[in-house]
Unconditional design. Structure first.
Length: 190
């Protein structure tokens, strides 16, 4: 499971007035009260960031570990979040579960808090997937710089050939023009 610890430590807002806290400045009294409600979080050291606001007869809590987000109703892996929409002080999360998108509504104490939390979720959604990055790093690890540059050139040539083919299909290029341009591009790879 992918860890979002670094992203949360850098980007999660830190504003105790609005109820946003992040490691290492997590108030132990609030964290202790919050952890009692979240049975799946076993240790205070697992908490990277959390949101806590108390209103008359009601409290709002959202807790982040490095891999999951928890609120009063449910918890989800951060890597499964696919979308977020804000309406007033509510956030509607779109979460991928077993190949389909499930909706989850998260209630926050104010519109400003919802806006800040929406930004956090957008950053999580837009974060590059670790497995894709690792795959590219592993593929390029054994290559020298000339080989990497050749692979990048090859990718650009293939994209350009695809664009030329689209122009040919649209009637903007003749078959002869398309073939000549394609051959010229392919000669650059030799």
């Amino acid at each position: 499971m992918r860890s979002y610890r670094v992203l949360l430590l850098r980007k999660f807002p830190e504003n105790p007035t609005l109820g946003f806290y992040r490691h290492p400045k997590l108030p132990s009294s609030l964290l202790g009260r919050t952890l009692v409600r979240f049975l799946h979080v076993t240790s205070p050291s697992d908490v990277v960031a959390f949101y806590y606001q108390e209103r008359l007869f009601r409290s709002y809590e959202v807790l982040f570990t490095d891999t999951h987000v928890y609120d009063k109703k449910a918890y989800y892996p951060l890597e499964d979040i696919r979308g977020v929409q804000r309406t007033g002080s509510q956030l509607k999360l779109e979460i991928s579960q077993v190949g389909r998108i499930v909706g989850h509504t998260m209630e926050l104490a104010s519109e400003l808090a919802a806006e800040l939390m929406e930004r956090v979720f957008e950053l999580i959604i837009q974060a590059p997937k670790e497995d894709a990055i690792e795959k590219v790093i592993q593929m390029r690890a054994g290559l020298n710089m000339a080989s990497v540059q050749w692979l990048e050139l090859r990718d650009e040539v293939l994209k350009t050939i695809d664009l030329l083919h689209e122009k040919y299909q649209e009637g903007k290029l003749s078959l002869l023009e398309y073939e000549m341009l394609r051959e010229d591009l392919l000669r650059r790879l030799v």
